[in-house]
Design a protein around this ligand. Structure first.
Ligand SMILES: C[S@@+](CC[C@H](N)C(=O)[O-])C[C@H]1O[C@@H](n2cnc3c(N)ncnc32)[C@H](O)[C@@H]1O
Length: 193
């Protein structure tokens, strides 16, 4: 069963320890209960975050290229968005359920992360920030939850230092090259019995 609190899943917390450490210079616009980031935000006032507001408004407060990294773990579906809003008795406007809201959040993240900085995205796909925004994929963590549950997919991307990277990128809407990972098949064993 997937946990509601992504950062308590063991492989995720290990990854965050390794990549985020004490969280200095990191921001988390959808921080929930367990974010290691220095600057944290959640719409729900019961969450132990430094800010309580709309994710997009929080992201807009940071100067350009000022952060070492951003954690991006929003609700993963319209149903989850509605559950978050119901929990705090807020009326869900159409804005948050439209793709433009998420594009606007990613535009801000693209702006506020330093060259060489890191964005870690969580969800049911590996979209992340993408090459077209100048972010190169460094790691993928796939967490199967079994049964009918969606996997949790974590992408770690680094903002490239060079503006030439953008010019060289002809990938269009496809965010990344396909990733093929896994252990090589062992050679068939010969006469082990
Ligand atoms: C998937 S949870 C984050 C879990 C967190 N990473 C953890 O492990 O503790 C998403 C969080 O985003 C908050 N949220 C949902 N919509 C939001 C919005 N538009 N702006 C800010 N926070 C929002 C919810 O209240 C919820 O706590």
């Amino acid at each position: 069963m997937p946990s509601r609190w992504t950062f308590t899943i063991l492989p995720v917390s290990e990854m965050l320890d390794r990549l985020v450490g004490d969280g200095r210079g990191w921001a988390d616009p959808f921080a929930g209960e367990n974010s290691p980031a220095e600057f944290t935000n959640d719409l729900n006032r019961e969450r132990p975050t430094t800010h309580h507001g709309q994710a997009i408004d929080f992201l807009k407060t940071f100067p350009s290229e000022s952060l070492d990294g951003v954690l991006f773990d929003p609700p993963y579906s319209p149903r989850q968005i509605k559950e978050c809003y119901d929990e705090i008795g807020l009326e869900l406007s159409q804005v948050e359920t439209q793709a433009t809201f998420w594009t606007a959040c990613k535009d801000e993240i693209e702006r506020i992360v330093k060259p060489g900085g890191t964005v870690i995205c969580f969800g049911w796909n590996s979209q992340g920030m993408g090459l077209s925004r100048g972010y190169a994929l460094r790691e993928v963590l796939l967490i199967p939850h079994g049964g009918m549950h969606n996997d949790t997919i974590v992408t770690v991307e680094q903002k490239t230092e060079s503006p030439l990277f953008h010019m060289a990128d002809l990938s269009g809407p496809a965010a990344h090259e396909p990733i093929i990972a896994g252990a090589a098949s062992p050679e068939p064993s010969q006469g082990t019995k």
